[in-house]
Design a protein around this ligand. Structure first.
Ligand code: SIN
Length: 529
């Protein structure tokens, strides 16, 4: 790893023990954990909106024996997670994270989060695709993420959160992290720190339409790639089966939670025919990749622009699902009366920066947690509502690990200015190409065309949020195109029209790196270690 030094004359300078980039569930839990360990923590926030806020369904968690009635167990949750993950989960990582789930949720309750109850003292549990049991706790009906974010924001009021601060580069000396190069309204600056935690969320804005908030532009993946690190399982982009369809509008689109199907809603086509009949034994509650592919296939077959989620049979659907109801009513649809038009939408990156279950990357001092990280929890397809769980558990662990690392390392200094010239493809062109060639179904022709466009992207000096986001999208798209081309089979969220079968010989993760110079090129994929 060559070094990436930051800062120098003309840069503002700050010092911290731990820098956390991102203010969703993983970022705030990590920051709070590091502060509890007595560290000086600086949190960088690019944008107030987080993906956590928009999470609807809930948190998948196995309750202690005394609180559950249906024979759920850590082993059952692990088995469901592995089954959804298409053979690529790291079973040890899954067990470790699932086993710590209840303790992490209990900490969140201590921080003030409140979940819906079926009876006093008993949380109401729902089901989502791929879960063999009702084990998903929720809040405000379908506003779980908003409650998690509210509780964490409240707990974090005493933290040093720098708003409108964009991380441009991770500084390191080749052996370990020395800080972060930042853009803010005060111009460029550097926060010197021995520990940095990436908690930047996802990358949905690689696509023309997504359930993700505006800032989900692959920033953490790109920062890690620039630092010479591997990203793993990055070809597995999860498309949520039911994003509200409104005449093909792009940008962030409302999610129609899978919990509706858990409560009995049915996926039908324009003629009322079931979309998933005969596709999977769990029908509409099959894992997400299966349902999204079934919808995609039906749309290709019929030429229709959307299918429908019929939730009219759910008792008090408006009361149980107020967030979905509000989004539907805003689009002129009453879910109690009319089937909801839906299409699959880019929702979640199952892969990301390669870490262990404590968020440690290959670069000492650099950690990652939440959607940006690949711990091995999700494999080729994330099980519904496992993401808030992972963010809570690994966020806390990463905060403690980063704190311990800072304690061992002492203060660092990141020196000498760095000019960052990165490939930047215009966002509309990139989103169009990704939506066309790297969406629910891919093939070699499309992926080669995509990779060619990305390789030809002109380089720009990246000095502000817009440039950083566009460069992050371009770098991340390059990694996805390379991994998706290399995986010549269909598995989990990765469907190749030219390789429709799963190939047992490819039951391994693929990692991608780029050059560590200012001229990033996706290198040959490697089998993950
Ligand atoms: C949903 O509510 O359907 C989304 C939950 C998730 O992505 O885990």
């Amino acid at each position: 790893m060559t070094s990436a030094s930051c800062g120098g004359a003309g840069y503002w300078q700050q010092r911290a023990d731990v820098v956390v980039i991102g203010t969703g569930v993983a970022g705030l839990v990590a920051a709070l954990a590091a502060v509890r360990e007595g560290r000086k923590v600086v949190v960088l926030s690019k944008i107030a909106e987080t993906a956590t806020f928009y999470a609807q369904g809930g948190i998948a968690v196995v309750l202690p024996d005394a609180l559950r009635a249906d024979g759920d167990s850590v082993s059952a949750h692990v088995a469901d997670t592995l089954a959804a993950g298409g053979g690529l989960c790291d079973a040890d990582a899954v067990r470790s994270i699932v086993a710590d789930g209840y303790a992490a949720v209990a900490d969140l309750v201590d921080a003030g989060a409140r979940f819906d109850e079926a009876a006093p003292g008993h949380w109401s549990l729902t089901r989502e695709g791929g879960h063999s049991r009702r084990r998903i706790i929720h809040a405000g009906g379908d506003a779980t993420g908003a409650e998690v974010q509210r509780a964490l924001d409240h707990a974090a009021t005493h933290l040093d959160i720098r708003r409108n601060h964009v991380a441009l580069q991770i500084c390191h000396d080749g052996d370990q992290v020395t800080g972060v190069l930042v853009h803010s309204s005060d111009g460029p600056g550097v926060v010197h720190a021995p520990s940095v935690i990436l908690a930047t969320g996802g990358l949905g804005h690689l696509y023309a339409a997504t359930t993700n908030p505006d800032g989900s532009t692959g920033d953490g993946v790109a920062l890690a790639l620039q630092a010479g690190l591997r990203v793993t399982d990055i070809e597995f982009i999860q498309f949520h089966p039911t994003m509200l369809y409104s005449g093909g509008a792009g940008g962030r689109r409302p999610l129609i939670t899978e919990a509706l199907r858990g409560e009995g809603a049915r996926l039908v086509d324009r003629r009322g025919g079931s979309v998933t009949a005969g596709v999977h034994p769990l029908g509409d509650l099959a894992p997400r990749d299966v349902v999204a592919a079934a919808i995609d296939a039906r749309l290709r077959e019929t030429g229709d622009p959307c299918v429908y989620l019929d939730a009219t049979g759910i008792e008090d659907v408006r009361g149980r699902f107020p967030t979905v109801t509000a989004a539907c009513l805003a689009a002129g649809i009453d879910p109690a009366v009319h089937p909801i038009p839906v299409v699959p939408g880019a929702h979640y990156s199952c892969g990301g920066v390669h870490t262990d279950v404590h968020g440690r990357t290959d670069l000492p001092g650099l950690f990652a947690a939440g959607e940006v990280a690949r711990t091995g929890m999700h494999g080729a397809n994330r099980l519904a509502s496992n993401s808030l769980l992972e963010g809570l558990v690994v966020g806390g662990r990463a905060g403690r690990a980063a704190s311990a690392h800072a304690g061992q390392s002492g203060p660092t200094t990141a020196v000498a200015p760095a000019a960052v010239r990165l490939p930047v493809l215009a966002r509309p062109a990139l989103q169009h190409a990704m939506s066309r060639h790297a969406s629910v179904v891919r093939d070699a022709d499309g992926l080669v065309r995509l990779a060619g466009m990305l390789a030809d992207a002109p380089r720009r000096l990246v000095t502000d949020r817009g440039g950083a986001e566009d460069a992050a999208l371009t770098l991340t798209a390059r990694a996805i195109a390379a991994a998706a081309l290399a995986r010549t089979e269909s598995r989990g969220c990765h469907h190749r029209a030219d390789h429709p079968e799963t190939d047992a010989a490819q039951a391994f993760s693929i990692s991608v790196r780029t050059d560590t110079t200012a001229d990033p090129v996706v290198t040959a994929p490697q089998v993950a270690g």
